[in-house]
Design a binder for this molecule. Structure first.
Ligand code: FMN
Length: 68
């Protein structure tokens, strides 16, 4: 993903397709019985190159230690 980014390409880590892992394996020719998919990385040219860090909530607001 970093290598793609360095070349002006955008990617996204996705896993929602795993609900249809078998169907995706059939479409892409992945040997379903031998390989377990863990993620799919769409890759494409981006609209513009004005990349910047995404807005994030403070880490403390989403981190819990030893209890919720
Ligand atoms: C484990 C994992 C699985 C993800 N699966 C999906 C997915 O199936 N579909 C999707 O649109 N985004 C998915 N995302 C979110 C995107 O990869 C990305 O993190 C999100 O668009 C937020 O972008 P940002 O990190 O630049 O804010 C997943 C993220 C993680 C960490």
């Amino acid at each position: 993903m970093l290598a793609a980014r360095a070349r002006g390409l955008g990617t996204a880590w996705t896993t929602l397709h795993l609900v249809y892992e078998k169907e995706v394996a059939d479409i892409l020719g992945i040997p379903y019985e031998r390989y377990t998919q863990i993620a799919l990385t769409p890759i494409a040219h981006t609209i513009g190159t004005d990349f910047k860090p995404a807005a994030r909530e403070p880490l403390e607001s989403v981190t819990h230690w030893d209890h919720w």
